[in-house]
Design a protein around this ligand. Structure first.
Ligand code: NDP
Length: 607
């Protein structure tokens, strides 16, 4: 490999992306196509760096002792002090003892070394969560500085680092314009642009899922329609073709899809920027899900006013599910074909393995767009999610019609209300989806197309569908208890999500001052108190409690209405493992420390 300057295993100095600081790293591999070195930092973080960001060890001086006048770190200290307006008051208390003073100085040096490390990576903070730029950057640093309690491990780590002499550093700083810093950060994204580790059972697993997921939907719907929906009570014969397909139903489905597309295109609602992409661009997204919901409600209200029988949806439920499945498969094929022409930088970090089936399933292109129409973003929250609420309403009306009731049952009202709250909450907090794994990591392929357009509307509405054919009476006290359970779940889910979102948006927010966090090398903190100190995924816990509350109104006669809660636990346990893997890569040692502090993942004292 003639181009490779540094050998694998060699200990060199690597520039921390977005900063002018170099740290000791070990070269773990070299890619002679991209000419990037994979290096490992001491905190476990692995990144790909360009050769120009790596210096040989010999070009750096090591700090043996601490001279108060000449230590580069001390110089760095004074630099930080003068540059950070948000720094705490000058009169920091010092001990009268000389040795104590020295120790204090050393600690301070370490603290401010951290600060220097954290400051440039504020770019990274914006990069990862895509939230609007905080106006209180220095205050953020200040809070980090205030809260940072360097332990002995940190002291040891930092003692091994050597900073550039101030003069050179300053010169470097001038050279590093925003553009340069951005280039450096770009390497973080590049590191994850090729999918190396396959999920979902790899090629075989994803191939099987393409058949297994639709089969599960049809199995559930077929069982749910039976008088005795016991899971082992298989239908005697497969349904006739005409009960699965009707061109008119497909037409109604298309009408629904394009009506939602029209609402999405309306120039109402604010436009926000998503995460920076690997090419540095930020896509714009219009936040108008709530408006789309209101317009849909008005359209459905108009139909009902003109005596349109919404239970048509119930009568043709299976045909709608088939129409949605065919459409999602056609959409996935289109998405894969167009992804073949997409530039490398626009491919999904999670769906760029080079294996056709795997990439088709997980999604090859990250943000497929037709003009400014973002197909993935649109499908995530609109046709399926709003469709779920409309299906629930259709089930409610069907129940009244089938059982000749003047009022829907209490069970049906609970299921409809709980799920309506969930959907409205998702649309109300629409912006938050821009930072989720679905948008930032997974491409748009069969998994999300089928999930958004078929799985969500037809499986999540299973309880309402079940109740039409299997009326379940519940008493008011039971209904009250289930409502309280749903409220608890919602409270945990919403407050945990808001706590993290607010912290990511502005860690210096005085309202969050009571929260403690572990600093990480990327500049982002990991909360260790509040909800995120309770378990590692409190939002999943709240979501699961709600899922249980949605199933309980269906009684205990059959397990079918509990399918959602069982499936959801599996989904979130798997998702937690995926997220854990990504966080470990992102945060290295800091993540391990977080896991030690917060040992339970989702269920306290259980898992
Ligand atoms: P989360 O909202 O749980 O976010 C995980 C991310 O949070 C991590 O990658 C990390 O990102 C950050 N983080 C982790 N720990 C901490 C900490 N201690 N302090 C600060 N930040 C931390 O991700 P999801 O997208 O999986 O879930 C979002 C919501 O959507 C959840 O409520 C979930 O229940 C729900 N959901 C619902 C589904 C459904 O079908 N109904 C399906 C999937 C999810 P970083 O550090 O980069 O910010």
């Amino acid at each position: 490999m003639p181009n490779q300057r540094f050998a694998e295993g060699e200990v060199v100095m690597g520039r921390w992306p977005g900063s002018v600081l170099y740290y000791e790293v070990q070269v773990t591999s070299y890619d002679d196509v991209s000419h990037l070195y994979t290096v490992k930092y001491k905190d476990g973080t692995e990144l790909e760096l360009k050769e120009s960001d790596i210096k040989s060890h010999s070009s750096f001086k090591y700090r043996k002792g601490q001279s108060s006048s000449s230590s580069p770190s001390r110089r760095s200290t004074s630099r930080s002090r003068s540059r950070s307006p948000g720094r705490p008051a000058k009169g920091r208390r010092r001990s009268s003892s000389q040795s104590r003073e020295h120790k204090d100085d050393k600690k301070k040096t370490i603290q401010e070394t951290n600060l220097a490390l954290l400051k440039p990576s504020e770019n990274n903070t914006r990069r990862y969560n895509g939230e609007p730029e905080s106006t209180e950057k220095n205050d953020t640093s200040c809070v980090i500085l205030e809260k940072l309690k360097p332990d002995l491990d940190m002291e040891r780590v930092h003692e091994q680092y050597s900073l550039r002499p101030r003069k050179e550093e300053k010169k470097k700083e001038e050279i590093y314009s925003e553009q340069k810093i951005f280039e450096a950060i770009k390497t973080i994204e590049k590191a994850s642009s090729k999918t190396k580790e396959l999920e979902f059972g790899g090629r075989i697993g994803t191939f099987m899922l393409i058949f297994f997921l639709p089969a599960t939907v049809f199995y559930l719907l077929l069982m749910c329609k039976q008088d005795d929906p016991s899971l082992l009570n298989f239908p005697s014969a497969l349904p006739a073709l005409e009960s699965l397909w009707e061109a008119r139903v497909f037409g109604v489905f298309l009408l629904w899809f394009f009506l939602q597309a029209l609402f999405y295109l309306l120039p109402i609602g604010k436009v926000v920027e998503g995460l920076p992409l690997s090419n540095g661009k930020k896509l714009q997204y219009r936040i108008n899900g709530v408006y789309a919901f209101i317009l849909t409600a008005a359209a459905v209200g108009t139909l009902l006013y003109f005596q349109f029988e919404l239970h048509y949806l119930y009568d043709h439920f299976m045909q709608f599910a088939v129409s949605a499945s065919i459409f999602s498969m056609a959409l996935s094929i289109y998405l894969y074909i167009r992804s073949l022409k997409a530039p490398e930088e626009e491919l999904a970090p999670g769906g760029n393995s080079g294996y056709f089936i795997y990439d088709f399933f997980t999604g090859h292109e990250l943000n497929p767009r037709i003009g400014s129409f973002d197909l993935k973003y649109f499908c995530e929250l609109r046709p399926g999610l709003i469709g779920w609420v409309v299906i629930n309403l259709a089930m409610l009306l069907a129940e009244m019609k089938v059982h000749n009731q003047s009022m829907p049952s209490l069970s049906m009202i609970l299921v409809n209300s709980f799920q309506l709250l969930y959907v409205v909450d998702a649309l109300w907090n629409e912006e938050a989806i821009l930072t989720t794994m679905d948008i930032t990591h997974d491409g748009f392929g069969f998994m999300l197309a089928f999930g958004d357009l078929v799985w969500v509307p037809f499986v999540y509405s299973l309880q309402a569908f079940y109740l039409v054919g299997h009326p379940t009476a519940i008493s008011w006290p039971v209904a009250a208890a289930i409502t309280i359970l749903n409220c608890i779940g919602y409270y945990v889910f919403r407050s945990a999500n808001s706590q993290k979102n607010n912290f990511r948006r502005n860690p210096a927010d005085p309202k969050l001052a009571y929260l403690k966090f572990i600093p990480t090398a990327t500049g982002k903190g990991l909360l260790v108190t509040g909800w995120w100190g309770f378990v590692r995924h409190p939002n999943y816990l709240g979501d699961i409690i709600m899922a249980l509350a949605w199933s309980l109104p269906c009684g205990f006669n059959h397990i079918l209405p509990y399918f959602y809660v069982i499936y959801f636990i599996c989904l979130l346990v798997h998702r937690e493992a995926r997220d854990e893997h990504h966080c470990k890569q992102k945060y290295g040692l800091a993540w391990e420390r977080y896991c030690q502090r917060v040992p339970y993942r989702i269920f306290p004292y259980i898992y």
